[in-house]
Write a protein that binds this ligand. Structure first.
Ligand code: GDD
Ligand code: MN
Length: 356
């Protein structure tokens, strides 16, 4: 039996891949191991390179995923394929100190999960600004609150665990986001845990894939772990953003129509469009993050979103304008307009803008 399967999730890590695989082979020379690269069809040639490696080395394997993206689901799929007695995950960018792996292996027989922790022996990470540190610490504290136990780095992307655990809990793990370790710890509350310290390094090549997604990911965890557990997360996200859109709508309308005395219909057009753009930005980042638009696609998405919302917006405008012209109050008119607009838009966007 193979002792250890190491999963490397990759997305555009072409320059790092040769470095990390070589280092791993070197460090694990004395242990039977396999390396499983899970690549989400990177555009930079990562999967081609991984495939060449897998043809050359009997212990390197590639899972090339098409039409699917996401760190957590990539890690789960790698874990499920692993033949090792123990499974580990590492970033491709060498930020994790790979020399910890043999030490983790030494502890494995006595524990269920061994975590590479960035915070066991130090509180801060060199090169991180105050915000990033503060955010990471807050997230860690919240995570410990849900876990009801002290773990210094429950969001670590560097850990090892017994293979049986994964097969037992895999069907219940979230496939979204970056908090896979936390999710495993939540689903396996009695697991015996050991933490080992390492110094979180700098990325060697390329850029981090975790931007604001990490923050939203955490909000999702809060929602799903607390009172909203029984509702559809996506609908709640859409609703929260919709509510912020309504607030923006009214703020703009108030400013233009009441404060500056613009024509009602013109003020309404601006209010609707401002709210629409704001909703697009946040829905793209959060509600529909899995299918989100990036870079040049972003503008295409905005146009699509506007198109999908155009009929709803027209209803919104027509109803508001009509009611005001009939002598009703501006805000009541707007509420009714928004009401009709919202229900149209949700279905139109689901079917059209962010269709799977
Ligand atoms: N297959 C696949 N699909 N791999 C991905 C994806 C994806 O959608 N997104 C990121 N990865 C890979 C990257 O290529 C890299 O090897 C690894 O996952 C981690 O991504 P980074 O972009 O380097 O993350 P980070 O260094 O900013 O974040 C670190 O801290 C997080 C928590 O604070 C990592 O250690 C994360 O694993 C950790 O959750
Ligand atoms: Mn990284």
């Amino acid at each position: 039996m193979i002792q250890l399967s190491i999963i490397i999730p990759t997305y555009n890590e072409c320059a790092n891949l040769p470095l990390i695989t070589e280092k791993l082979q070197q460090i694990l020379a004395g242990h039977s191991h396999e390396i499983i690269i899970v690549d989400d069809n990177s555009e930079d040639g990562t999967w081609q390179l991984a495939r060449e490696m897998s043809l050359k080395h009997h212990n390197i394997h590639l899972i090339r995923r098409i039409h699917r993206k996401g760190l957590t689901s990539a890690v789960i799929e790698g874990f499920l394929m692993g033949k090792g007695k123990y499974l580990a995950v590492v970033d491709a960018d060498m930020q994790h100190d790979l020399r910890l792996l043999p030490k983790m292996l030494e502890h494995m027989p006595h524990y269920d999960i061994v975590i590479g922790s960035r915070y066991l022996e130090q509180k801060s990470i060199p090169g991180w600004n105050r915000w990033r540190l503060w955010g990471s610490r807050l997230a860690t504290q919240l995570a410990c609150y849900f876990l009801k136990k002290e773990v210094t780095d429950p969001l670590s992307g560097f850990f090892m665990l017994k293979q049986e655990i994964i097969h037992q809990i895999a069907p219940n793990l979230y496939s979204e986001g970056f908090k896979i370790l936390l999710d495993i710890l939540l689903k396996q509350p009695d697991a015996k845990i050991k933490e080992l310290h390492y110094e979180f390094g700098q990325r060697i090549h390329g850029t981090s894939k975790l931007d604001t997604k990490v923050v939203f990911d955490f909000i999702d965890l809060l929602i799903s772990q607390t009172f909203f557990a029984r509702f559809n997360l996506q609908f709640i996200q859409y609703g929260i953003i919709g509510a912020s859109g309504v607030a923006i709508h009214f703020a703009v309308l108030y400013l233009l129509y009441v404060k500056w005395g613009w024509h009602y219909a013109l003020s309404l057009v601006f209010a609707i469009e401002t709210a629409l753009i704001s909703n697009y930005v946040w829905n793209n980042q959060w509600t529909f993050a899995k299918q989100r638009f990036l870079k040049s696609e972003w503008w295409k998405g905005l146009i699509r979103y506007n198109t999908a919302c155009s009929l709803g917006s027209l209803y919104n405008l027509a109803i508001g304008w009509y009611l005001v012209s009939q002598g009703h109050s501006w805000w009541l008119a707007s509420i009714l307009g928004i009401w009709v607009g919202i229900s149209w838009n949700y279905h139109a966007n689901k079917a059209f803008t962010w269709k799977q």
